[in-house]
Design a protein around this ligand. Structure first.
Ligand code: ADP
Length: 500
C-alpha cells in the first residue's frame, strides 16, 4: 500500500455529486463537485435520472483527479456515501434503469403506507426495522416502480432486474455488475430486519418486493469488487465501502463508542447517537438504524430528524429581510445580551423529532414593546440549540446513555454563538472539527481501512483535529429557566393548522 497516495470518496448527495481525494493524513487533497437535475413530474413526486447521477459522478472524479494530478494507480480504494432511501431499478443484462430513481423526498406511496398502517403493521415494522411506516423509506418505492413499469414485476420475479439504493447503483456501474449494498443503507429500505441484518420474508411480502431483485447485504467496510477496466483506463481499484450519508458523518466524526453523538446543522438537521452493538428502540419518535458494520460487527444508532435548522436563518434573510447573509446573524445576536423574552419556534412545516406534529406552525412569542430585530435573530439562532436539546433529552431517556460531548458539523455549526449556546443548553462540550466534510471522510476511512491504507479506525481518531471547543459557561439554573420557556413556546406552536 505504500505506493498509494489517496483514497477516493464519492459523496453522492441529493442535489450534487462530489468526489474527494483524501491523503494518508486524512486531509483533503482535491474536490470535484457538480449538481444534477431534480425532476418533479407532479406535486410531491421527486425523481433523479440514474444515468445522469453516474455521468456526474464520473465527471467529478475526473475533476478531483485532475486538480490533484492523481493517476488511477495512486488510488488505494474507493468509498461511497450517499443520499439514503432513494432507489433505482435496472436491467441486469443492459445495466439500463427501467425508470428514474424515486428520491427519499418522494411522497407518491403515502397512501400505500396509510394502508399498511390501517392493517395494523406498524408495530411489526417498528420492531423489525426500527423505522416508522412512511413513504420516506425505499420499500414501497420499489414496489411502485414494479407496479407501474409494464412487465417489470414479472421480470423481477424471473431475476432479470436489480434494485438498489444509490450505493448499489454506483457499485454496479463501477465494477460492471457486482450487486451489493451495505447494512447502513439496507437498514433504510424497510425490508431488512436490523436484528439479523438480513432481508425479511414478512417485510418483503407485505411491501410486495421480490427477493430476487434485492442486492446482497455486505459490511460497510470490505472489498465489494474492483473497478471495471473501462472506468479508470484499465486500472483495477477496489471499491471498498458504502455508507448512508448521516451514518458516514457519524463515522467521519469518529463517534465509535456508545453514547457519542454527532449533530449536523444543515438546512435541516440530524442527530445520531451511537448506541453500541445492541438494538435500542425509541419511545419518543426517534428512529433506530444501523450505524455501520465492520468485520461482521454491527453498531447501531438512534436518529432524530429535524426539519428546520439552518433554514430559519434563510427565512430571516429572504422573507423577513432582516439579514444580508447568514454570517451576519451572529453579529446581530451579539448586539444584545439576551432575547428580551422572545422565542422563535420555526415549525414552518410542522414539528419533527421528537414532537411529530404535522399541524404545528411557526410562532414568535414573548414579544414586548422593546423587542427588536436583534432579539428576533438571536431567538432564531437559539431555536437551533433548543431543538437539539429536545432530541437529546429523548435520546438519553430512550437509550439510558448519558451524552458525553457533542460533535458538530454542517453550515450553521460555523456560528460560534449557536455553538456556545448549545454547550450551555446541554451542559456538555461542543466539539467542532477542522474538516467539516465529515460524511465523505467517513466513507474514505471505511474504504481505507478495508484495504490497509489505514491500519484501523484509531488512525481516524488521530487525524481528528479540532477547530474549536465550546465549554458550558452558563449557570444551570439560568439554562434550565430559558429552556423551560422554550418548551412553553413549543406548546403554543402545536396543532395550529389543524382547522385549516
Ligand atoms: P445542506 O447540506 O443541508 O444544504 P449546509 O450544511 O450547507 O446545508 O448548511 C446550510 C445552512 O446553514 C443554511 O440553512 C444556512 O442558513 C445555514 N448557515 C450557514 N452559515 C450560517 C451561519 N454562520 N449562521 C447560521 N446559519 C448558517
Amino acid at each position: 500500500m505504500t505506493d498509494k497516495k489517496y483514497v477516493l470518496a464519492l459523496d453522492e448527495g441529493t442535489s450534487s455529486a462530489r468526489a474527494i481525494l483524501f491523503d494518508k493524513k486524512g486531509e483533503i487533497a482535491a474536490i470535484g463537485q457538480q449538481e444534477f437535475r431534480q425532476i418533479y413530474p407532479q406535486p410531491g413526486w421527486v425523481e433523479h435520472d440514474p444515468l445522469e447521477i453516474w455521468t456526474t459522478q464520473l465527471a467529478v472524479i475526473q475533476e478531483a483527479m485532475k486538480s490533484a494530478k492523481a493517476k488511477p494507480e495512486d488510488i488505494a480504494s474507493i468509498g461511497i456515501t450517499n443520499q439514503r432511501e432513494t432507489v433505482v431499478i435496472w436491467d441486469r443484462k443492459t445495466s439500463r434503469p427501467i425508470h428514474n430513481a424515486l428520491v427519499w423526498q418522494d411522497r407518491r406511496t403515502a397512501d400505500v403506507c396509510d394502508a399498511l398502517k390501517s392493517r395494523g403493521l406498524e408495530s411489526m415494522v417498528r420492531e423489525k426495522t426500527g423505522l416508522v411506516v412512511d413513504a420516506y423509506f425505499s420499500g414501497t418505492k420499489i414496489a411502485w416502480i414494479l407496479d407501474n413499469v409494464e412487465g417489470a414485476r414479472e421480470r423481477a420475479e424471473r431475476g432479470e432486474l436489480a434494485a438498489g439504493t444509490i450505493d448499489s447503483w454506483l457499485i454496479w456501474k463501477l465494477t460492471g455488475g457486482v450487486h451489493v449494498t451495505d447494512v447502513s443503507n439496507a437498514s433504510r429500505t424497510q425490508l431488512m430486519d436490523i436484528r439479523t441484518c438480513e432481508w425479511d420474508e414478512e417485510l418483503m411480502r407485505e411491501l410486495r418486493v421480490p427477493r430476487a431483485i434485492l442486492p446482497e447485504i455486505k459490511d460497510s467496510s470490505e472489498v465489494y469488487g474492483i473497478t471495471h477496466p473501462n472506468v479508470f483506463e484499465g486500472a483495477e481499484i477496489p471499491v471498498a465501502s458504502a455508507i448512508g450519508d448521516q451514518q458516514g458523518a457519524l463515522f467521519g466524526q469518529a463517534c465509535f463508542e456508545p453514547g457519542m453523538v454527532k449533530a449536523t446543522y444543515g438546512t435541516g438537521g440530524s442527530l445520531m447517537m451511537n448506541v453500541g452493538e445492541e438494538v435500542k428502540y425509541s419511545d419518543n419518535g426517534l428512529l433506530t438504524t444501523v450505524a455501520c458494520r465492520i468485520g461482521g460487527k454491527t453498531q447501531y444508532a438512534v436518529e432524530g430528524l429535524l426539519f428546520t435548522v439552518g433554514s430559519v436563518i434563510q427565512w430571516l434573510r429572504d422573507e423577513l429581510q432582516i439579514l444580508h447573509n447568514a454570517a451576519e446573524s451572529e453579529v446581530s445576536a451579539r448586539n444584545v445580551s439576551d432575547t428580551n423574552g422572545v422565542y422563535v419556534v420555526p415549525a414552518f412545516t410542522g414539528l419533527s423529532a421528537p414532537h411529530w406534529d404535522q399541524y404545528a406552525r411557526g410562532t414568535i412569542v414573548g414579544i414586548t414593546r422593546g423587542a427588536n430585530r436583534d432579539h428576533i435573530v438571536r431567538a432564531s439562532l437559539e431555536s437551533m440549540a433548543y431543538q437539539i436539546r429536545d432530541v437529546i433529552t429523548c435520546m438519553e431517556k430512550d437509550t439510558g446513555v448519558k451524552l458525553a460531548d457533542l460533535k458538530v458539523d454542517g453550515g450553521a455549526a460555523m456560528n460560534d454563538f449557536v455553538m456556545q449556546f448549545q454547550a450551555d443548553m446541554l451542559n456538555v462540550s461542543v466539539l467542532r472539527p477542522k474538516i467539516v466534510d465529515t460524511t465523505a471522510r467517513g466513507a474514505a476511512f471505511l474504504a481505507g481501512i478495508a484495504v490497509g491504507f489505514w491500519a484501523s479506525r484509531d488512525d481516524l481518531q488521530e487525524t481528528f483535529t479540532l477547530d474549536k471547543q465550546f465549554d458550558p459557561q452558563m449557570a444551570r439554573e439560568k439554562a434550565d429557566t430559558l429552556y423551560s420557556g422554550w418548551t412553553r413556546a413549543v406548546e403554543r406552536s402545536k396543532g395550529w393548522a389543524e382547522n385549516d
